[in-house]
Design a protein around this ligand. Sequence first.
Ligand SMILES: [Zn+2]
Length: 252
Amino acid sequence: MDQSRCDVLAFSAHPDDADLFCGATLAAWARGGLRVCLVDLSAGELATNGSVEERRSESLAAAAALGVDSPREVLGLPDGGIDHRDAAQLQRVVRTLRTAAPTVVVAPWREDRHPDHRECSELVRAAFFWSGVSRYDQDASVARRPRNLIYYPCHSEAPVTHHVDVEGTIDRWEAAVDCYATQVERGGARRPTHLNRTEFREGLRARRRRWGETAGVKWAEAFVIEGGLALDPRSLVSAVDRIGSEERGDSR
Ligand SMILES: [Zn+2]
């Protein structure tokens, strides 16, 4: 990881998760001037389609499409073998967190059909805690805990607590998804998978519309934030006022 600190550090189990499942928010943060860093726990070597090299070049292209220009790191944990009870894996993620020193950490939600997404979630959750414990790995890294850990839903439904208006960056998200041809497109020698059905991408788009409808905007992404999130009073009013202003013109 680049030594300069990150504002946001987003973890993926495989080199596409954060992009596919919360990419428009990542793009919005980057556009807003925040330093967004991406870490892929595995290189995605178990993928049905696409080599490790192809997946790496696709993930770099996707990050660029999102406007994320900090280095994208691959930790090299085993695809299919991410394990939050593995002490070496935990230490690896703790060191990544301490070095990057983000304000906010983003990880997959822990309930998901893919075991690696579940394990990635629990591994980052555990590392988030241990990163702040001074005697953990004290010979190699200095304790520092990020301010918050938030989760993005992947394949499965999640108990969403917050929505983010992504109308301004939904096009960047679409462009990023386009970069993952080996994963989300059929054709040639590619074998059919859950991800490369047309319904998968339609579903990703549809739930952004549904979350938008819930939140009173056109497009939204959704997150799970445990333990609540305190807004400063001014930003609460400005968020509500911006969304409500269109509706006040229509008295029906
Ligand atoms: Zn994945």
